[in-house]
Write a protein that binds this ligand. Structure first.
Ligand code: 5GP
Length: 180
């Protein structure tokens, strides 16, 4: 088993880049079909979504726009349960078809807060895509979460944009924390 260390913590290989890319290609096809004749605005939630956004957007062949925003809501290896300020929310989204791009949905608190806030600007539609979803950690049902890459167990993961204490975002594969 391929193991690595990020700072003080040991991780083992979980989802290889090739597996991620194959799934992302399928998500792209699904979005192309669903948004035919439209011009969606993809809004990435930084920092974790930057690689997922980069790979997903390359699969999109309908006209589209890309923007990013930021939420500071997570520290260490478990969700803090507090959503802090939303920074850099795009303006003028009234009447637009919005697709929010998240790295991972854990409790769902962050994503549901973003959706609620964006809805105040009256977009035509709003959907979300998350590369990873931890169904057993989900506390807020999110009906807008239409495009999920992988459902994973409630374990801490790192790599492909996801960090552990700021490190590990550059890893091309996704790793999960080993026990202990
Ligand atoms: P939620 O609000 O859904 O509980 O948390 C979502 C945010 O928590 C994600 O955008 C991500 O930043 C962070 N997060 C949740 N689980 C993990 C994980 O396993 N690894 C990493 N690196 N971040 C996580």
């Amino acid at each position: 088993m391929h193991k690595i260390k990020v700072e003080d913590k040991e991780f083992e290989i979980f989802l290889e880049n090739d597996t991620l890319n194959k799934r992302i290609r399928l998500l792209g096809i699904q979005i192309n079909v669903d948004y035919e004749g439209k011009c969606p605005l993809f809004i990435g939630v930084l920092n974790g979504s930057f690689l997922f956004m980069a790979d997903l957007i390359k699969e999109i062949d309908v006209p589209c726009e890309v923007a990013f925003m930021r939420v500071a809501s997570y520290e260490g290896t478990s969700s803090s349960g507090k959503v802090k300020e939303l920074i850099g929310l795009p303006e003028n989204i009234e009447g637009r078809d919005i697709i929010i791009i998240e790295d991972i949905v854990d409790t769902g608190l962050t994503l549901s807060h973003i959706i609620k806030t964006l809805k105040e600007q009256k977009p035509a539609s709003i959907k979300a895509s998350a590369l990873l979803l931890k169904p057993s950690a989900l506390k807020h049902e999110i009906e807008e979460l239409e495009y999920v890459g992988f459902e994973i167990p409630n374990e801490f993961v790192v790599g492909y944009g996801l960090d552990y204490n700021g490190l590990g975002r550059n890893l091309t594969d996704i790793y999960r924390a080993t026990e202990g």
